[in-house]
Structures are given as structure tokens and as C-alpha cells.
Design a protein around this ligand. Structure first.
Ligand SMILES: Cc1cc2nc3c(=O)[nH]c(=O)nc-3n(C[C@H](O)[C@H](O)[C@H](O)COP(=O)(O)OP(=O)(O)OC[C@H]3O[C@@H](n4cnc5c(N)ncnc54)[C@H](O)[C@@H]3O)c2cc1C
Length: 331
């Protein structure tokens, strides 16, 4: 948010006015739960509202926006000085030049779908549940006074064991309403293109080729379990803006500068995302632990939170973990 404020104070103000902040998260493991009070707040915003704010910000500086206008190939944009390929995880423009970008792709085993719920579900929560011998994860958070996001996930073994692979999307949704009935409390899941899929972890060795630059998910798809894809995309945009301020009209120099600014951040988050999705791919095994060591394992899975940082990041949980360790020590 600080970076957005520095780049565009007007967009920052509109965003914070529309965001819902929280410091609390419930982590539930098979009937037991712990409420974590984090040292800093997390913010959520309706995707539609965010897009409206960004589109208004574009218009304010004279950008001519075209909607519902697919670009099938970079050839369609012949003659432009610069092509910003921010066309998402399945970027067409990247796919045309995968060798030049050095694209690598790994398809994960877990399956997930993204739903909504017409109620602010608070505190935000992560539900790890063994249900009829299947392994399920529910991740929900309120993003407005009336709505919540509810991401449902299962591991690959569960996907086939439950026959989810042979069901229609409506049947899968009904199964998730059964698995997460205690949390939904009679509320239905709301589908909106809620297609079950496997996560494509994509990275690119190079961030630009000629005058085409990759931004956001087209450049790297950070796993949703580290919840930072939107942030990374906006930081990319801010860095591209900075690079052009420094290099003015020199496109080649600005793109080299952009890659230089973003490479360290990419490496840091790329590694964190990999460790995080690998933890989720093995979630059934981690769920064999008691609640407190399980949460410790979860919070430290990316290697970015050591004991020192944990104390500041989640002080109440840090104390609970110390007590657990003391009680588990042989007398
Ligand atoms: C289940 C799930 C949960 C997530 N949770 C979070 C979270 O909590 N926090 C977070 O920060 N991030 C989260 N993310 C990630 C976040 O959604 C993405 O990282 C972010 O949207 C990337 O922004 P982007 O602009 O790069 O791509 P997108 O938001 O995908 O935008 C790409 C745009 O390009 C357009 N487009 C695509 N192809 C073409 C074409 N050929 N021609 C013209 N236009 C085209 C699309 O219509 C779209 O408007 C989550 C993702 C998933 C899947």
C-alpha cells in the first residue's frame, strides 16, 4: 500500500476507502481451532471495485481504454513503441515467445475453485478438514459488508476418490457445501465462472523481449496461498512507471531498468511461492500433527518467518507455541 501511495496517492485513497482490514485469522484443523492476532493488518477489496478505481485512474491521465477487444497476437499491435503484456496467467503474448522469455511451467496436483458467499464471514479463516477420508481446505475472508470470498481446495487423491473428476460444476459445488456446512451455516456458495482447476506455476527467465514486457501474472503466477498476486502485479506496474521516468523515451533502456528493479523481488517471492505450494501439495501429511505444531509448520512454510519474526508477526501464537514446546519437552 505504501508503494501505491507513493506512485498514485489518489488511487491509494480510493482503494483504502473501499478496503476491509483485519488482523485476525482463525485456523481450524479437524475440530480444533486457534485465533491468530497478526502484528499487522491484511486488506481485502472487491475485485470489481478495484478494477473500477484503476480504470478511473487510467482515464484521469488520458488513457484510452478498450474493453472486450481480444488481442490474439503481438502482430495485432504492430507499430506501437511498447507492448505491455499484462494479459494474465494464460498470456497469449507470452505464449507466442516462450523461448525468448524462458518460460517454465509446473502444473500442481491439488484442485481448487473460487466461490463467493453473501455474508461477511469473520474472522477470515483457513479450514483444514478430513471429511469422509478426503482432504479439503477452505479459505475465506470478507471483502465487503455483504460478501466474502470462499476458495475451496482438495488434494489430488481426494479429487479422484470423491469422483469429483466425473462431476458437473454444480455437483462439485454441492459437495463443497456439504464439506463446509459448519462454516456456511445454511448459506449457499455463489458460483461465478467457478471452474475447478489445477494451479499452473509459471515463471519466466526474462521479463521482456524486444518491445514486449510481461507484467503481473503473465510474468509469474505466484501461488494464491501467499496471497500476493495482485500486489506483485501492481508493484510491477509501479516499477515500469519508475523505469520510464528514469529512462524517458528510451524503451530498450527502460525495459532493462525495469527487469533490474524487479528481479530481486521476483526471486524472493518465487521461492516463497514454491515452498508454499509444495507444503499444500503435501497437506494431508502435515494435517497428521496436533493443532499448534501444525500451525507453526504452516506459518513458517516459506522459510521467510523465523522464530524472531514469528514473535512480531503473530505474538499470541508465538507464546502458545512456546508453551506447547515446553510441555512437550521431556522432564
Ligand atoms: C483462487 C485465487 C485466489 C487468489 N487470491 C488472491 C489474493 O488473496 N490476493 C492477491 O493479491 N491475489 C490473489 N490471487 C491472484 C490474483 O488474482 C492475480 O495475481 C492478479 O489478478 C494478477 O493480475 P494481472 O493483471 O496480472 O492478471 P489478471 O487479473 O488475470 O488480468 C488479465 C487481464 O487480461 C485480459 N486478457 C487476457 N487475455 C487477453 C487477450 N488475448 N486480449 C485482451 N485481453 C486479454 C483478461 O480479460 C484480464 O482482464 C488469487 C488467484 C486465484 C486463482
Amino acid at each position: 500500500m505504501k508503494e501505491i501511495e507513493d506512485t498514485d496517492p489518489d488511487v491509494y485513497e480510493k482503494m483504502t476507502a473501499s478496503m476491509r482490514f483485519t488482523q485476525e485469522q482463525k485456523i481450524h484443523l479437524n475440530g480444533e481451532e486457534f485465533r491468530i492476532e497478526y502484528g499487522s493488518a491484511a486488506g481485502a477489496i472487491s475485485r470489481l471495485r478495484l478494477l473500477q478505481i484503476l480504470a478511473a485512474g487510467c482515464r484521469d491521465v488520458g488513457v484510452n481504454l478498450h474493453f472486450e477487444t481480444p488481442v490474439d497476437s503481438a502482430d495485432d499491435l504492430d507499430g506501437y513503441d511498447l507492448i505491455v503484456a499484462s494479459d494474465g496467467a494464460n498470456s497469449r503474448l507470452r505464449q507466442e515467445r516462450e523461448v525468448e522469455f524462458g518460460t517454465e511451467r509446473r502444473i500442481l496436483g491439488n484442485r481448487f475453485a473460487w466461490y463467493g458467499v453473501a455474508r461477511p464471514m469473520e474472522p477470515m479463516a483457513l479450514i483444514f478438514r478430513t471429511f469422509e477420508e478426503g482432504t479439503f481446505i477452505g479459505h475465506y475472508y470478507a471483502y465487503s459488508d455483504a460478501m466474502s470470498t470462499f476458495v475451496t481446495e482438495c488434494d489430488e487423491r481426494t479429487w479422484y476418490k470423491f469422483g469429483l473428476d466425473r462431476m458437473t460444476d454444480d455437483e462439485r459445488k454441492a459437495e463443497m457445501e456439504r464439506v463446509f456446512a459448519p462454516e456456511l451455516m445454511g448459506e449457499r456458495l455463489i458460483a461465478n465462472h467457478s471452474i475447478w482447476r489445477q494451479f499452473p506455476a509459471v515463471t519466466n527467465e526474462h521479463f521482456y523481449s524486444g518491445n514486449i514486457v510481461l507484467l503481473g501474472d503473465s510474468q509469474r503466477v505466484a501461488h494464491f496461498s501467499i496471497g500476493s498476486g495482485t500486489r506483485l502485479a501492481m508493484e510491477d506496474a509501479a516499477a515500469l512507471h519508475q523505469a520510464f521516468q528514469e529512462c524517458e523515451q528510451d524503451v530498450a533502456a527502460a525495459l532493462a531498468r525495469f527487469e533490474h528493479i524487479r528481479r530481486p523481488g521476483r526471486q524472493k517471492f518465487g521461492e516463497a511461492a514454491r515452498l508454499s505450494f509444495e507444503w499444500y501439495e503435501e497437506v494431508a501429511r502435515h494435517m497428521q500433527q496436533p493443532l499448534v505444531p501444525f500451525i507453526h509448520d504452516f506459518l513458517t512454510r516459506t522459510g521467510r518467518i523465523n522464530e524472531e519474526r514469528l514473535r512480531a508477526y503473530a505474538p499470541g501464537f508465538y507464546d502458545a507455541y512456546q508453551s506447547f514446546r515446553d510441555s512437550a519437552r521431556p522432564q
